[in-house]
Design a protein around this ligand. Structure first.
Ligand SMILES: O=P(O)(O)OC[C@H]1O[C@H](O)[C@H](O)[C@@H](O)[C@@H]1O
Length: 626
């Protein structure tokens, strides 16, 4: 507190005029104090100008302490922002100095609106060197996912020569060949359904086995693809019914691709069972229309082999679900929609090559640097991803899994509890400007933005001016630039990633960019990006709920088979299940069954749980719930 007051009184005014001024007024202060103040002011209060002070260390706790002390001072302190003119000069220089360009990909990254300093970069350098070394080892086949004892090989998928041995290389190459051949044969009608040429794809999968294909379909599928794609990515019966109903008679010419690395994910299994039922009811033979993408010898693989499905494609042990877009998971659906998957792979490969460089020339490292700066290396700010292009709508959803499942970890690699993460959300601009940008500009300052800009508005020859000198795309451009400026003027940081066009090549590059940024960031914060131990907890609990439901059904069945029927209270059900401590869950199970006409509330109502008496509508003599 004292040093903050002194700082202000020594500067004789509550206005900071320049960085030089800041340097002068802080000369007499200790290094750590200068560090704290400079980082705090620099980042949160005044501007994002690089401040050149020696020995500045990123020190979150002190910066936060300064922040809190300043907030106590309250309205007594008014910090004037730098004049716009001056800002624009220095900002332009910063823009030019830091602009990243990948010539072949036509991709740019602007980090000038993130306020990291040269000193911060220097401080971070050792961590980046460590991360680069870890990435090099990973690419050479190290066990980069120690908890699961696995290699992490998604980079080999687009550059098989980098695979650590020839057997892996051949597997990748032959899989890619067979994907292209299969897609060609399906599109040409050489491989067809009993009812004729395939016209539709129904993709059944969840998480990493759905989000990439969904994103790519939305981004790249032509207006009239050879096969249209639909997705079942949940165990919501109404959602599944909707997809099947939308297919209608075309179910007979639908290629069903079931995607699951493990081959045992419940939602995907349920989707498959529901689709198979629909096939039976339509008098269709599922095995003539089913394709499996899964690990060799998984339950799904064995089922597909035994039932002689149309085709099976491998998922490799060393490719995680959330980084599987360049494996059969993403490539097969894309190829079937007429998307040039060779170009996707080429874009990703070019990006990977660029990401083997030093920080300033390494686009993924630049992103990781910005993420670290903006979120204090602890996820203190959310990442809002705003593509200004409708076809990239699902990018943020795709990134949500890639980033949050990779970085959201309880422990670091040394076993310390760190509760790391980086939250991601966003849809698209300018649409979101009419939804939540108000809060971003004026409200709680808990985020930074990544704009995704696409320079080409629409294919050449189609543009027109809807008012003199202005096209529809100019508005979109203006909205992006305006929002970027408006956010910046209120000290909200942003990154802008620019691509020329949304093409298979640029989409491949974007995916590769973020895959690598996540890997590097994980290294600099010392966590395992490639496992997901937390996901298991929910799955295990869901299994326990379903096991309890079977016991409840068994108890209710026994009471419902009595003559006369014996309606039971919740307490009675819980006692007979030997689970009195589970009474709340038993209530929820019964309320769910009652809402679906599978249990009958004889007395009372679900709104007052203690009043309920319940029985089953029918008695099953041979209890099959046990
Ligand atoms: O491909 P699957 O084995 O069916 O897994 C699908 C998804 O399951 C879990 O939720 C994992 O956390 C995800 O990373 C994975 O993508």
């Amino acid at each position: 507190m004292a040093f903050v007051s002194n700082f202000y009184s020594s500067s004789s005014t509550t206005t900071l005029k320049s960085d030089k001024h800041l340097t002068r007024t802080t000369r007499s202060l200790s290094t750590s104090t200068i560090s704290s103040i400079s980082r705090f002011f620099h980042k949160d209060s005044i501007s994002f100008f690089p401040i050149r002070l020696n020995n500045i260390k990123p020190n979150q706790s002190v910066a936060k302490e300064v922040s809190s002390e300043l907030s106590k001072i309250g309205s007594g302190v008014h910090l004037e922002k730098k004049g716009l003119e001056k800002d624009s000069e220095v900002l332009w220089q910063r823009y030019v100095d830091w602009l990243y360009q990948h010539k072949d990909l036509g991709l740019y990254i602007d980090v000038s609106r993130v306020g990291f300093t040269e000193e911060f970069c220097e401080e971070m350098e050792p961590r980046f060197q460590k991360a680069f070394k870890a990435m090099e080892d990973l690419e050479k086949g190290a066990i980069a996912n120690p908890d699961e004892g696995r290699m992490v090989g998604h980079y080999w998928l687009r550059d098989p020569l980098r695979a650590p041995n020839s057997s892996l290389r051949l597997k990748i190459e032959s899989t890619n060949e067979s994907i292209c051949k299969f897609a060609d044969d399906v599109i040409s009608g050489k491989i067809s359904s009993p009812a004729g040429r395939f016209t539709q794809i129904l993709s059944v999968g969840i998480g990493g086995s759905a989000l990439g294909p969904q994103f790519v379909a939305e981004a790249l599928a032509p207006d009239n693809p050879p096969l249209k794609i639909r997705f079942i990515d949940n165990t919501d019966p109404a959602g599944i019914d909707h997809q099947i109903a939308q297919l209608g008679p075309e179910l007979a010419t639908t290629l069903v691709i079931v995607i699951s690395k493990s081959g045992g994910t419940p939602e995907t299994r349920n989707g498959l069972l529901e689709v198979q039922k629909a096939f039976r009811e339509a008098g269709l033979n599922f095995s003539k229309q089913g394709v499996a993408i899964t690990q060799e010898n998984s339950l799904l693989d064995n089922t597909a082999r035994i039932e002689r499905w149309v085709a099976r494609f491998p998922m490799f042990d060393w490719v995680g679900g959330r980084t599987s877009e360049m494996s059969a998971v993403g490539l097969l659906p894309a190829a079937l929609q007429g998307i040039n998957i060779r170009e996707m792979l080429a874009g990703a490969k070019l990006m990977d090559e660029a990401n083997r460089s030093t920080v300033k020339n390494n686009p993924a490292a630049l992103l990781a640097l910005c993420w670290y700066w903006a979120s204090d290396g602890v996820g203190s700010k959310d990442m809002v991803v705003l593509p200004y292009k409708d076809s990239l709508l699902l990018f943020s959803r795709y990134l949500q899994q890639l980033v949050m499942e990779s970085l959201g970890k309880e422990f670091d690699l040394d076993g310390n509890r760190v509760n790391q993460g980086l939250s991601v959300y966003g849809n698209k601009g300018s649409t979101d400007q009419h939804a939540y940008i108000q809060q971003l500009r004026d409200g709680v300052h808990n985020f930074f933005v990544t704009f995704i800009e696409v320079l080409r508005d629409r294919p050449p020859g189609h543009d027109w001016e809807l008012e003199p000198g202005v096209t529809c795309g100019d508005y979109l451009f203006g909205m992006l630039q305006g929002t970027r400026s408006a956010l910046y003027s209120n000290d909200r940081e942003s990154i802008t990633v620019t691509v020329q066009e949304v093409t298979p090549r640029s989409v491949g590059a974007l995916i590769a960019l973020y895959e690598r940024a996540v890997g590097i960031y994980a290294s600099i914060v010392n966590i395992n990006a490639y496992h997901q131990p937390g996901v298991e907890a929910g799955k295990k609990a869901a299994g326990e709920v379903l096991a309890l439901q079977k016991r409840v059904l068994s108890v209710l069945n026994a009471a419902s088979c009595k003559d006369p029927v014996e309606p039971l209270t919740l307490e009675e059900v819980a006692d007979r299940c030997h689970s009195p401590e589970q009474i709340e869950m038993i209530y929820k199970i019964i309320a769910h069954m009652a809402a679906n006409d599978r249990a009958i509330i004889a007395e009372g109502s679900c709104g007052s749980p203690r009043s309920i008496k319940v029985f089953l509508g029918e008695c099953i003599v041979e209890d099959m719930y046990d």
